[in-house]
Design a protein around this ligand. Structure first.
Ligand code: S3P
Length: 174
C-alpha cells in the first residue's frame, strides 16, 4: 500500500460535491478519523463561517484555512474533508499531496444547485445562487485537477463513490 494512502485520504471539490457525506462513509469503512477543515476553522475561531467572512474577510478565512490544513496534514489515518476553496493556495495543495491520497469529487452545476439549495451558510453563494455557482465553477475550472484520483458524483450513490475511492486508493474495506 502506498505510504500517502496509509496516512490520509483527502477529499477536495467544489461546494456541494459531497465531500462531507462521502468522507463520513469512507471514515466509517476504514475506521479512520473524519476531519472536516471547515469544522476545525469554526472551532479555532469560535465563530460560524459566515461570521468569519463578514467580520474579517475572505483573506483572513483563507489564512486560518491554511493553518488548519498544515496542522491536520501532520496526522494520519484520517479522512480529511476540505472546503471548496482550500485548493486555491499552492501551499495547501502541496501539503495535501505530501500527506495523503487526494481525491477530487466533481458534480454538474445542476447537481450542485440541487444539493446546496438556498444555502445561507456559504458566504460565496449569497444572492443569485445558480449564477454564483456558475461563475465560481468557471473560475475554478482546473483548480481540482491536481488530485491523484477524480470521480464524478452525479449519478452514483454514496456507497458506490466510497467503493470506487477505496479501490483507487488500494484500500480494502473492513
Ligand atoms: C468555500 C467552501 C465552503 C467553505 C467556505 C468557502 C469555497 O466549504 O469553506 O464557505 O471557497 O468554496 P464547502 O465546500 O464544504 O461548502
Amino acid at each position: 500500500m502506498d505510504r500517502v494512502v496509509q496516512k490520509n485520504i483527502v477529499l477536495i471539490g467544489f461546494m456541494g460535491t459531497g465531500k462531507s457525506t462521502v468522507g463520513a462513509a469512507l471514515a466509517a469503512r476504514l475506521g479512520y478519523k473524519l476531519v472536516d477543515t471547515d469544522e476545525q476553522i469554526v472551532l479555532r475561531e469560535q465563530k460560524a463561517i459566515p461570521d468569519i467572512f463578514s467580520e474579517h474577510g475572505e483573506s483572513y478565512f483563507r489564512k486560518v484555512e491554511s493553518e488548519v490544513i498544515r496542522d491536520v496534514m501532520q496526522g494520519s489515518r484520517q479522512v480529511v474533508s476540505t472546503g471548496g476553496g482550500a485548493v486555491l493556495a499552492a501551499e495547501n495543495r502541496e501539503r495535501m499531496l505530501a500527506g495523503g491520497f487526494v481525491v477530487a469529487l466533481t458534480a454538474e452545476l445542476e447537481t450542485i444547485a440541487e444539493r446546496v439549495g438556498q444555502t445561507s451558510d456559504r458566504p460565496l453563494l449569497q444572492g443569485d445562487v445558480r449564477e454564483r455557482i456558475r461563475s465560481l465553477l468557471e473560475a475554478r475550472k482546473n483548480a481540482y485537477d491536481f488530485a491523484h484520483y477524480t470521480i464524478a458524483t452525479d449519478k452514483l450513490s454514496v456507497d458506490e463513490i466510497a467503493e470506487r475511492i477505496l479501490a483507487a486508493a488500494g484500500l480494502n474495506p473492513r
